[in-house]
Design a protein around this ligand. Structure first.
Ligand SMILES: NC(=O)c1ccc[n+]([C@@H]2O[C@H](COP(=O)([O-])OP(=O)(O)OC[C@H]3O[C@@H](n4cnc5c(N)ncnc54)[C@H](OP(=O)(O)O)[C@@H]3O)[C@@H](O)[C@H]2O)c1
Length: 272
């Protein structure tokens, strides 16, 4: 019979919800951990079973057989999932939530106060192993719990530990951030087409320029402002473009957009 918490020396992780983010997590942790999955959509469950060769089970069995339980369902399904988990969760479990806006306190209240909870905020590039995840501890979570959570999310990109009070800001920056990147790409591509370039060519020019810019930023260890100055010779073409950006308060737009996202994250969190 399979050991309930550890099989073949690996910590067993129970994943509840195998949607967009759940699947990304599964892809990242499948080799390091033994994983049990609970997924409400039976077709999706079968796909996950075949693709990742994981055991798909009901919620009770997943919790009973796991040392760590990752809650990867939408915030609106949380109440129901926590009610399903509660009878089987013990102080030996570590509960990790990836739900936007659901606080550690909310989970602790529903699962009982002795339960160790870690809250995380991953982002969509986790689907290609390039996610950015912020991790924070609930009341009972230990340093080792945070380490474990970091290990899990390092499997799908990078993970950092923050205090929970920063989670709304993190949500505004890296949680929503991929959408800002896509908007930037869309705008650049449209502007390129407006100069008369073909759509395919515009896409290639923009995508590779973005990739190259980021690669240079990562390798050179200089900050973005220094690198920008290096491309911007006085009186040159880049300078002409920069003048338009700054005249139109490009920086302020970003500041206001992130403040709006942070405010909305806080509102959503309070409304749950
Ligand atoms: N997507 C992002 O970019 C992102 C970023 C950061 C954080 N998050 C957080 O990640 C969580 C999941 O988001 P997602 O985009 O992965 O959502 P999703 O694609 O809808 O995945 C959730 C999955 O859980 C299943 N499910 C619902 N209730 C269940 C239950 N009681 N037991 C087992 N499975 C159940 C759903 O099945 P049904 O479809 O049949 O209901 C669905 O397949 C959310 O809380 C979100 O806030 C997402």
């Amino acid at each position: 019979m399979i050991n309930t918490m550890v099989s073949m020396g690996k910590t067993t992780i129970g994943l509840i919800g195998g949607g967009n983010m759940g699947t990304a997590i599964l892809a990242g942790i499948g080799r390091t951990f033994a994983v049990r999955v609970c997924e409400a959509d039976s077709k999706r469950a079968q796909v996950l079973k075949r693709r990742f060769r994981v055991a798909v089970m009901d919620i009770t069995t997943v919790v009973r057989q796991s040392g760590i339980v990752i809650l990867a369902v939408k915030p609106q399904s949380f109440e129901e999932v926590l009610a399903g988990v509660r009878p089987f969760v013990t102080k030996r479990h570590l509960i990790i939530s990836i739900a936007a806006g659901i606080t550690c306190r909310y989970i602790e209240k529903r699962l009982g106060h002795g339960i160790r909870v870690v809250r995380t905020m991953p982002n969509l590039p986790a689907q290609v192993g390039e996610g950015m995840t912020a991790v924070c501890a609930g009341k009972r979570a230990t340093r080792a719990d945070l380490q474990k959570a970091r290990q899990i999310f390092n499997g799908i990109g990078q993970a950092v530990v923050v205090e929970e009070k920063w989670m709304d800001a993190v949500t505004a920056v890296s949680g929503s951030g991929p959408a800002y990147v896509f908007l930037f790409v869309e705008c650049l591509q449209k502007a390129a087409v407006s100069l008369g370039l073909k759509k395919d060519l515009s896409e290639q020019l923009v995508t590779q320029t973005l990739k190259g810019g980021l690669a240079l930023l990562e390798k050179s260890k200089e900050d973005a402002g220094v690198l920008r100055a290096r491309v911007t010779s006085k009186g040159g073409t880049t300078q002409a473009a920069m003048d338009v950006f700054f005249k139109n308060k490009f920086e302020e737009i970003f500041e206001r957009a992130l403040q709006a996202a942070q405010k909305r994250a806080k509102e959503l969190s309070l409304s749950i």
